[in-house]
Ligand binder design. Sequence first.
Ligand code: 13P
Length: 410
Amino acid sequence: ELRDISLELGKRNDRHLGSALSRRRAEVRRPRRSEQVPQVLPLHELHLPTVLHAVDHQCFVPTIDQEQQLFDAAVGGHRGVIARGADHVRARGPLEGRDPARPQENRRAYRELLFQAPGLEGHISGVIVHPEALAWRVAGGELMGELLQARGIAVGVKLDLGLAELEGGGPGEQRTKGLEGLAARAREGARAGASFAKWRAVLKIEPAAEGRGALPSEAAVQRNAEDLAAYALECQREGLVPIVEPEILLDGDHGVERTAEVTERVLSRLFAELRARGVDLQATVLKPCMVMPGTGRQAEAGPEEVARWTVATFKKCVPSEVAGVVFLSGGQSEELATRNLNAIAREAESTGAPWELSFSYGRALQASVLRAWGGQEERVGDAQRVSLALASANASAREGRFEGPHPTAA
Ligand code: 13P
């Protein structure tokens, strides 16, 4: 089925494959004031942050083609990424209005709702989908990927195959499955319309206990860094921009200092492995957690403090050349995820942090959408409005311009 899709999308995608890579490699060049008026700049002169700044300030109008290429980047514009499209439908169990015996149909209905939400493209630059969604058609006959691309939303494909126990790790530590056959899956994803990909590794923080040291163990940090780097290299060989996601779970009673220490260790190791394998960091997007206390002590740090810790920690270990940093929400409430992102964007701006910062939220962009929908056909419009409001709030937050009230506070 994917081969058929590739025939349909083939020509169109040939243009896009690798475009994000070449764009990120494009010459870095700040326009002089006198140069800020032209309607069109040759593509090789584009530098993403410069152009986005120019677009924001309305001194540069990209052509459709250039715009498409900008959208291709997972961090494009003042927008963000929706992650984990339909995992939640699976995870939440029965929805009042849907037959639980037809999970695939339920996921399809949810994706249609989400991907067709009017106005979404104003706030969302990319959507990460399970490979199954790339082969699906919406009611009108269009492939899901085509539908998103036509709206100027880039498609990302989840390439990992979930988690497994980590041999030689501490109790409950995990590694991510999926390196076997990865090149073929990446190629198929790219041919079916994806321009970026993601791979999630999971680490957890626990204090030392009898007979073992504190977690994450050395084995977990090293193995996950190596696997993320191997995945990233494979993606780039196939023309996909890799999102590398080393999620450090928030569970626990540790303070923010401990999260900062673990984050620095995990990210330093990750970037050492990425560099050692020759991964192009300019064409790599980092998807990290915010640096905050464990859930048991969440109230100890408000958004400003989370922002200070996050930016200060990243400055120690995240290279300035990464294409972007898109935060996951990690089980924070929808409102907290927005407020923390807003504070981080402000802190980054005021301290001159070098990265393009955005969001790639799963739960924090969808929990209320699912609740509003409840699987009922007649509530699709309401759910789409909730989706738009959440996307809009977070798009403002990534610019440090979220003023509230939060859509979930109503
Ligand atoms: P959350 O924002 O719900 O943490 O999901 C992000 C994600 O992509 C996890 O893989």
